[in-house]
Design a protein around this ligand. Sequence first.
Ligand SMILES: *Cc1c(COP(=O)(O)O)cnc(C)c1O
Ligand code: SF4
Length: 349
Amino acid sequence: MSQIVTRESDCVEGHLEGETSWQEAMKLAYRDLSELLEALGLNKKSVTTVVDERAGADFPLFVPREWARRIRPNDPHDPLLQQVLLNSAELLEVPGFQKDPVGDLASQTNPGLLHKYHGRALMITTGACAIHCRYCFRRHFPYHSAPKSIEGWKETFATLRGDNSIQEVLLSGGDPLTLVDTRLAELIQHLDDIPHLQRLRIHSRMPSVIPQRVTEQLCNILRSTRLGVWFVLHINHAQELDGATCEAIRKLRRTGAVLLNQAVLLRGVNDSVDALEELCLRLVNEQVIPYYLHQLDRVAGAAHFEVPVQQGLEWLDQLRQRLPGYAVPRYVQEVEGRASKTSLEQHVG
Ligand SMILES: *Cc1c(COP(=O)(O)O)cnc(C)c1O
Ligand code: SF4
């Protein structure tokens, strides 16, 4: 009789995080730049990026320790550090970079409900995130206008109930998994009760930021809805996929949810064909499909992260030569007013 051999994961060894709850992890997150740098063996002079505390005035530094532990110490170029470091370049005004780069506000049909695409509506469930990504396209979003309680969403539920064309609701934010499980369960129950809804999509960075957020209770909630669950992770670099994140992914996979990933093409983070290849391989090895690679949305404060489209296209071409078809993400850009995300690739023949 042959033995079933458990597949060796190529994920790097993670630490056990059983002791700290995810809520505790949020409380313990670094909010002070000097403290974060000190923990990494760096100081403001050693980081080649010119750091500037003023970049955090409207959008403060927020980095959980679980994330900081995956940053290579003493390395000012670390790709995870670059995603969270306050940078003086954020203060520059660059033509073409705006507060609402993708027309989110124009697509609001109810407070906190964005309806841009046929059959899908997106709920801004919270303004809170488990990490502050400096390139975030919603870094200037007026979150205070979105509902904060189930009561506040009543009209939105009525809108969804009254529109048979909507089959899928996306929970976004902010990060919907900053809501506690009971709140989330309540929200999902209301959606579950709308007969024509078929699918629930959750967009979250939690599995790669605070992996212990994927609790048994959360998994049970995902298992118990009649809606088909599509879980979209947001991972930009292979180094984010440590043992704890892979374990969180496995837990999610066992709920039966389909797992996708979206990444943003970012200068200084994943701007090489090798970095993109490694990310895609690590994802598919965990049975996560690389869904989208986003061209940076031109949000004010993020210009220094931009990679030219032409460069991205060349890397995509090389990825296609190196990887199975399902491991190559769609390279897209969001253009205001279009009926879908815009593919940047020219398909010939
Ligand atoms: C990106 C986005 C979606 C999802 O688009 P897909 O192409 O289906 O992934 C839905 N609603 C809004 C407002 C979006 O920005
Ligand atoms: S987790 Fe998502 S919404 Fe939150 S700051 Fe990062 S990119 Fe923006």
